[in-house]
Design a protein around this ligand. Structure first.
Ligand code: TYD
Length: 206
């Protein structure tokens, strides 16, 4: 039973990797909860809708940060912690590192406050491993261009996404032991799944 988080730019390929890992674990007889932020609870999904909507009353950066953290607190209490207590694996699409990358890196909010809020919202629950699916901004934009609908973040300029990307790398440099960085740009989904499985086997989690 482990708590694994996936991070990266939109369009990095997180969903495919998550689906593959969940299927692998289930095939081995493990119980798995796959969830995402913002979301993962009824309140969380409501907050997600408020956060991603485009329009004149879209959340301002500080309101945005607090909405993510409110969704996260609910998610940890109602979904993540109970699942870990049952002995399930938890695979989560985005977590605290997204608030640092998007709200600090992207929006320019000061880091100390966000770190404090991350700890408060999660009641200190950290992931056992965070997987960064690394792709360049150009590739992420190219993959997203095929999508019909662009949410508020996807409509941001390249410079915003570049700052998010750079902030992820800064987080990895600050605590490399917490991260697994995978090359989502040149590797295909099968090769990425193999790299991930190898890492989990090395850790004796599989
Ligand atoms: P995402 O999982 O990318 O949704 P989708 O793949 O359906 O577009 O998450 C939605 C957006 O929320 C994403 O652009 C990143 C952003 N986000 C933050 O800015 N801060 C956070 O703390 C989290 C969890 C997400």
């Amino acid at each position: 039973m482990h708590f694994i988080v996936f991070e990266g730019l939109d369009g990095a390929g997180k969903s495919t990797l998550i689906k593959g890992l969940a299927a692998d674990l289930k095939a081995k007889g493990q119980s798995v909860v796959v969830t995402r932020e913002p979301g993962g609870s009824v309140l969380g999904e409501e907050i997600r809708r408020l956060l991603l909507a485009v329009g004149p009353d879209a959340p301002r950066p500080r309101a945005e940060l607090l909405l993510y953290q409110a969704a996260r607190a609910q998610h940890v209490d109602l979904v993540i912690r109970p699942a870990l207590e049952r002995g399930d694996w938890v695979i989560c699409d985005r977590y605290t590192s997204s608030s640092l990358a998007f709200q600090c890196g992207g929006r320019g909010i000061e880091e100390t406050g966000v770190q404090w809020l991350n700890q408060f919202a999660t009641d200190q629950l950290e992931a056992d491993l965070t997987v960064l699916l690394k792709v360049s901004v150009a590739v992420s934009e190219q993959r997203r261009s095929g999508r019909e609908f662009a949410d508020r973040f996807e409509q941001e300029k390249s410079e915003f996404h570049q700052r998010v990307h750079d902030h992820y790398l800064k987080q990895v440099a600050q605590a490399p032991e917490k991260w697994l960085v995978l090359d989502g740009e040149t590797k295909n989904p099968q090769a990425l799944a193999v790299d991930l499985r190898r890492e989990l086997e090395t850790r004796k989690w599989l």
